[in-house]
Design a protein around this ligand. Structure first.
Ligand code: NDP
Length: 243
């Protein structure tokens, strides 16, 4: 039995990386997906691969009007049952290297984007009967992260926003959880040198990066009815990096 049969899921930043893996798994598990991203070429190629149960919308998560359009696209498919707040940027810099513009850029995309997303989906999820929101935080939202103060600030914020929203939205039958990936093998980590990434993996007890598919499996569980009594939880998926 497909675990997301008949559900409609919106995935921000879904054109590549973890978001794309989540879109593939959701479709394989019976869902229809709305893939939002700034990356039109990659997004449209993914939709061509997934067939008529996927659509692409060009979406900048910092724009409220783009969220309205993405939710409307989901409603045209028949409703909305899941949101993966996945879009994000990682432009690491230490405290002394970070200027206000870099700090604000992270806040707008990683934090404000998730806030706007959670708010935008609520009416459509209520109409659909229930909903599940998965906020993609990071291990950088569970502990101090070297040389990435702006990114850390936003990922810690997501962890708190998840818990506040979980309380607010429980009466509306909407669950909200955060997940906290360790190093995952996607384009995002190309901003670090191979040596820096190897050093980071050396600190992971399992001595390897995670894959986008492994993260997608956890997201699927949190979107599905198998996690129907889980809300406000923070789940690390990090090979033991935060132990
Ligand atoms: P990617 O960089 O491959 O994916 C992020 C996606 O978000 C890209 O397609 C990116 O497009 C898109 N995006 C960026 N800004 C916006 C915006 N304003 N509006 C819409 N889309 C946008 O990396 P991952 O798949 O690894 O990252 C997914 C999530 O996982 C992120 O939230 C990240 O912080 C988190 N994460 C990643 C880890 C890792 O090690 N890879 C570890 C922990 C958490 P564009 O190229 O145009 O910026």
């Amino acid at each position: 039995m497909a675990r997301l049969n008949g559900k409609i899921i919106l995935i921000s930043g879904g054109a590549r990386g973890q978001g794309a893996a989540e879109a593939r798994l959701c479709v394989a598990e019976g869902a229809k997906v709305v893939i939002g991203d700034l990356l039109e070429t990659e997004g449209r190629a993914l939709v061509a691969e997934l067939g008529d149960r996927a659509i692409f919308v060009r979406q900048d998560v910092t724009k409220e009007s783009d969220w309205t359009a993405a939710v409307a696209a989901a409603e045209r498919l028949g409703g909305l049952h899941g949101l993966v707040n996945n879009a994000g940027i990682y432009q690491p810099a230490t405290l002394m290297e970070t200027d206000a513009a870099l700090f604000e850029r992270h806040m707008r995309i990683n934090q404000l984007g998730c806030f706007l997303g959670m708010k935008a989906v609520v009416p459509a999820m209520e109409t659909s009967g229930n909903g599940a929101i998965v906020n993609i935080s990071s291990v950088a939202g569970l502990r101090g992260s070297p040389g990435a103060i702006a990114y850390s600030a936003t990922k810690w914020a997501l962890r708190g926003m998840t818990k506040a929203a979980a309380i607010d939205l429980a009466p509306r039958h909407i669950r909200v959880n955060s997940i906290h990936p360790g190093p995952i093998d996607t384009d995002m980590l190309k901003v670090r040198t191979p040596e820096q990434n190897a050093r980071r993996v050396g600190l992971v007890p399992m001595k390897r990066m995670g894959t986008a598919q492994e993260v997608a499996g956890l997201v699927l569980f949190l979107l599905s009815d198998e996690s129907s009594y889980i809300t406000g939880a923070e789940i690390a998926i990090d090979g033991g990096a935060t132990l």
